[in-house]
Design a protein around this ligand. Structure first.
Ligand code: GLN
Length: 447
């Protein structure tokens, strides 16, 4: 803990942490030490973990990187965080992110931007940018992020880490501040596959506080990381052929596929005619869900309340106008629009139907193949400001990550070399629902 606390201080300018739990982390370390000595410590004894600023932890503030939650203190602890504590992990602090998880660069944060430790002029990715940089820069061993449309996988790719988005419903969302409830997942950042698997097996599983969580038993992922058979891999023609794909990423992805063939695995190209509909579907449905979820922030129940109001209505309006950032407001308006009576069928209902098609296509494919392999991102880490004036360009960053989110299947991003500038490239692997163990085995094989 002292080692990490020291690193956090010397690398404070990266702005990964918004709060360091120095006191409580040292106390926890003391207790865990005793337990280790007496021989009854948990699975994560001594692992030092940072948590994204959307996860509640009793007695600590949580802001979702938004002014609207300024000063808000968690009233209970998120199940995922509690499970870490129960296995003797040490929670070292709260990590910066895009406001309510909305963004791909960590530039939309009331706490300011997070710097990529590899090149400080570049973004770490988002929305879990702080969670990525904390592990990248050795400020903690592993971290929790959340992934609604790529927010663990994309920053993992930009920082050269392993990042998993588990199957939707694998990990309880109790105590996670909602962005889009039918997409939100809690995921893990780590340097290697084994640590990742160990943390996920601890946080996954049934929870009486979240009725959407699967009751399926959680395999001991970390105990079964070995690929012991030849596998069937599909890659999607449209992703490899995509105009927006950086040539070096394309080359590195194809190289992996070639290598797999040489090693006797079956690799096939398949058509994915729905690719162009994946992003619009994602952004219609997530903005709709966000507009509904974020209606609770009205100045009465949580955090910030405007000091300038003169009656109840102006209190609501001014609190929300002053409390939410630009991107969040844009999404609330988009979401409110697609849910409005005259446009509901044209946008929301239509998007639900397309979601079903994408999900069925993806699941069918994964019934015939063990894995789908594709790049995690179209480009490597871009510079600050590069996409900030163009929301659509920013949304395009999610082109390859949203398929797994729309379908609910698990996906992992692993490092796959570097581009000419020395920036890390990510490789993404998808498997069918609840096949995290298979995903880890293949990821480890490829690393
Ligand atoms: N960049 C995507 C978005 O802004 C994904 C974010 C996320 O997964 N939380 O919606």
């Amino acid at each position: 803990v002292n080692y990490y606390l020291n690193n956090i201080k010397t690398k404070a300018h990266l702005n990964a942490f918004v709060e360091v739990y120095e006191q409580s982390a040292l106390e926890q370390a003391e207790q865990v030490d005793q337990k280790i000595k007496s021989g009854n410590s948990g699975k994560l004894a001594g692992m030092v973990i940072g948590i994204k600023d959307v996860l509640c932890y009793t007695g600590h503030e949580v802001n979702a990187s938004s002014k609207i939650l300024e000063g808000f203190e968690s009233q209970f602890t998120a199940t995922a965080v509690q499970k870490l504590l129960d296995e003797d992990a040490i929670i070292i602090g709260r990590l910066n992110c895009d406001e309510f998880g909305m963004g791909s660069s960590n530039e939309n944060s009331v706490h300011g931007k997070v710097l990529n430790a590899l090149d400080e002029e570049r973004v770490p990715g988002g929305s879990s940018g702080g969670s990525a940089v904390a592990v990248q820069a050795n400020l903690c061993t592993t971290s929790l992020g959340t992934d609604t449309g790529g927010s663990v996988r994309q920053p993992a790719a930009f920082t050269g880490l392993v990042g998993i988005k588990p199957t939707y419903s694998r990990v309880s969302r109790f105590g996670l501040i909602a962005y889009a409830s039918s997409f939100d997942t809690i995921g893990v950042f780590s340097r290697n596959v084994k640590d990742n698997a160990l943390v996920l097996e601890v946080i996954a599983g049934q929870d009486d506080n979240d009725s959407t969580v699967s009751r399926k038993e959680v395999p001991a992922y970390s105990q079964s990381i070995a690929l012991d058979k030849k596998v069937k891999v599909a890659y999607l023609k449209e992703t490899i052929a995509s105009e927006s794909l950086q040539p070096e990423i394309k080359a590195h992805t194809l190289e992996v596929l070639e290598q797999l063939k040489k090693e006797g695995h079956q690799v096939e190209e398949v058509d994915f005619p729905l690719l162009e509909y994946v992003l619009p579907t994602y952004y219609i449905l997530t903005t709709a869900e966000a507009s509904s979820n974020l209606s609770r922030f009205d100045g009465v129940k949580y955090g910030y309340r405007t000091p300038n109001a003169h009656n109840l209505e102006s209190m609501y309006k001014m609190t929300r106008s002053e409390g939410f950032g630009e991107e969040v407001k844009r999404r609330i308006m988009l979401g409110t629009f697609v849910l409005s009576a005259s446009y509901y069928d044209a946008y929301f209902t239509k998007a639900q139907k397309v979601r079903r098609l994408i999900k069925e296509f993806t699941e069918d494919l994964l019934n015939n193949f063990d894995y789908i392999v594709l790049p995690t991102t179209p480009s490597t880490a871009f510079k600050f400001g590069e996409h900030s004036d163009d929301p659509v360009a920013m949304y395009l960053e999610d082109l390859f990550t949203v398929q797994a989110s729309v379908s609910g299947v698990p996906a992992i991003s692993i490092p796959n070399g570097q581009d000419e500038k020395g920036l890390p490239i990510g490789l993404q692997i998808l498997a069918n629902s609840f096949k995290e163990a298979e995903l880890y085995a293949f990821a480890d094989y490829l690393m």
